[in-house]
Structure formats: structure tokens, C-alpha cells
Ligand binder design. Structure first.
Ligand SMILES: NC(=O)c1ccc[n+]([C@@H]2O[C@H](COP(=O)([O-])OP(=O)(O)OC[C@H]3O[C@@H](n4cnc5c(N)ncnc54)[C@H](O)[C@@H]3O)[C@@H](O)[C@H]2O)c1
Length: 295
């Protein structure tokens, strides 16, 4: 296992979506390792709270309010980071949002916002940072945060799955291109499963069938609350996988193996999508509740 402090200490990290959840936890972890940390988020208020906490703990931190949907804003983030610290060794394209609802009940605005934040945001990060990071004479690390949703499908969550499948495809291509062009650059795709954050509190909905949407929202909120690991644990697992130069970085290796094995079988046997992550979670939640009532 690679020593995180030896790998990253004294270097510079840029983390998008660092105003909360996994991004904020990654910011704290990288700062604890002695990295200079550039944090970016759409929500300037939450971002400033994280900046203050980090600065109070003695970190060298730069906060740059950034909307990752905007290519020019992400260019400006890269310029701010390179101006302040001269180089960037770790980039985590982490910003992401959720939405819940059936495909045909999703408004074009919600669909586009999902793709623009989750997929275009990662593309913008790659575009603005990778050429500069590739020129670095030291090792550099690019980690794109996808999800187990990148290798699975479930009802009521299509905009999210589509955006995360795009992040995975983009990251696989980046891996191949970087291997040719930038041999010192490591490329990883983080695939978290349930992590206790506010992502489903902020989820977009265009509820037509409000009962189904509310049920799904409640199920997912309960799932993260009851079964989720903390953002700190997730950040630790992600950073360790990135430092170990792994391409696939799951936060829940066993769950990831289950989901990918099912997808591999589906592709090999050419069976229709049957794996239904949300239903499984609901069934498990139902079984747990029954078990609870029986006791
Ligand atoms: N929490 C989970 O269970 C889970 C599971 C799989 C994948 N993920 C992924 O992990 C990443 C982090 O999610 P989280 O759970 O910490 O969620 P979170 O909601 O706690 O944090 C996401 C952050 O992204 C920011 N953001 C939203 N839109 C933005 C934009 N346009 N520009 C810049 N920042 C923006 C938000 O303000 C927020 O601070 C996301 O990509 C998410 O899809 C999370």
C-alpha cells in the first residue's frame, strides 16, 4: 500500500464539489497530508465554511467558487491554482448532483443540468488541467468521481446513471490517451456506493408521479443514512486507491464486485437489464424493517 504522505505531501490538490460531502472530506484529508489544497464549489457559502475550517486547522488553502458546467470558469480555476502554487499534482473531479424520477417525467432542464454538472463538469476539469499536469516532471494523478451507477442501471434514476456512464467512458478514454501522451500521469475512476452525504437532500425532481418519486427519495435517503459509510471513510479509500495508481477505485469493493459481475454476466449472456439496484435496496430495507418489527 502506497504511503499517502510520501506520495502527496507538499504537493497541490484541486478538488471540485468540495463544499460538502466527499469533496470536503477529501479536502481535509489532503490538507492533513500536508498538501496545498484548492477547493471549488458552486455553493460559495458552503465552500467558504470548508475554507475557514481548513485554514483554522493550519492548511494552505485557496477557495475558488466555480460552476463546473462553465468551461471558462474551470479554465479560471486552473489558472488560479497554477498561479497560486505553480503546479497541480492531484485533480479530483468530484462535483456531482442527483435527480429522481422516471425518464419521461424528467424535464429537459433537469436532464441537461444532470449531464452538464456530472459529465460536462468532468470533461471541463480534464480539458483545463490535464495538459498542464501532463507537463509536470513529477507523477500526477487525475481521479474522476463516477459511481456504482456507472456500471449499473435502476428505475427512477436514469439521468444520473446516464451521466455516470459518461464519466466512466470518458475516464477509460482518458486513461488510454494519457498512457500514450503523459506516462507519469495516473488516471482513476472512483466508484462510490452509499456514502452518508446530503446528495439526496439536494436531488432534483420534476415529480409527476409524486408518490413514486417521494418513495424513491425516502428510500435513497434512508439507504445513505442507515447503510452509508462516512464521507471521511470514503475519502480515505478513494485517495488510497488513487495513490496506488488503481484505475478502478470502489469505496465498497465487495458491493462493486457484485454489481460488476452481474453486469459482466448480462453482457456476456446478452440478457436484458434485470439487475435492479434500487429495488434490491428497497427489498432489503423492507426485510430489515420486518425483521426489526419481529424482534
Ligand atoms: N453519496 C453517495 O452515496 C455517492 C455515491 C456514488 C457517487 N457519488 C458521487 O460523489 C460525488 C460527491 O457527491 P457527495 O455525495 O459528496 O454529494 P454532496 O451533495 O454532499 O456534494 C456535492 C457537491 O458538489 C457541488 N456542486 C453541485 N453542482 C455543482 C456545480 N455545477 N459546480 C461545482 N460544484 C457543484 C455541491 O454544491 C456539493 O457541495 C458526486 O459526483 C456523486 O455523484 C456519491
Amino acid at each position: 500500500m502506497t504511503d499517502l504522505r510520501e506520495t502527496f505531501g507538499g504537493q497541490t490538490a484541486v478538488i471540485t464539489g468540495a463544499g460538502g460531502g466527499i469533496g470536503a472530506a477529501l479536502a481535509h484529508l489532503t490538507a492533513d497530508l500536508g498538501m496545498k489544497v484548492v477547493i471549488a464549489d458552486l455553493d460559495a457559502v458552503r465552500l467558504d465554511e470548508v475554507r475557514r475550517d481548513l485554514a483554522t486547522a493550519g492548511a494552505d488553502v485557496l477557495a475558488v467558487p466555480t460552476d463546473v458546467r462553465d468551461a471558462a470558469a474551470v479554465d479560471a480555476l486552473a489558472e488560479a491554482a497554477f498561479d497560486a502554487y505553480g503546479s497541480v499534482e492531484l485533480l479530483v473531479n468530484n462535483a456531482g448532483i442527483e435527480s429522481v424520477g422516471r425518464i419521461w417525467e424528467t424535464s429537459p432542464e433537469t436532464w441537461q443540468r444532470m449531464q452538464r454538472v456530472n459529465a460536462d463538469g468532468v470533461f471541463h476539469g480534464i480539458r483545463s488541467f490535464v495538459p498542464w499536469m501532463g507537463a509536470n516532471l513529477r507523477s500526477t494523478y487525475v481521479a474522476n468521481v463516477a459511481s456504482v451507477a456507472a456500471v449499473s442501471s435502476s428505475p427512477m434514476n436514469a439521468a444520473y446513471h446516464a451521466s455516470k456512464h459518461a464519466v466512466l467512458a470518458m475516464t477509460e478514454c482518458l486513461y488510454l490517451e494519457a498512457a500514450e501522451q503523459f506516462p507519469r500521469m495516473s488516471v482513476s475512476v472512483a466508484c462510490p456506493a452509499a456514502v452518508r452525504t446530503r446528495i439526496f437532500e439536494d436531488a432534483l425532481t420534476d415529480a409527476v408521479d409524486t408518490a413514486a418519486t417521494d418513495e424513491m427519495l425516502e428510500t435513497m435517503r434512508g439507504h445513505l443514512r442507515d447503510d452509508g459509510i462516512t464521507a471521511e471513510v470514503a475519502a480515505g479509500r478513494i485517495l488510497q486507491g488513487v495513490a496506488d495508481r488503481q484505475f478502478w477505485v470502489p469505496t465498497h469493493p465487495e458491493r462493486f464486485a457484485e454489481i460488476t459481475a452481474r453486469r459482466a454476466a448480462m453482457l456476456t449472456d446478452r440478457t436484458p437489464p434485470r439487475a435492479n439496484v434500487a429495488k434490491e435496496i428497497q427489498q432489503r430495507a423492507g426485510a430489515l424493517t420486518q425483521e426489526h418489527h419481529r424482534r
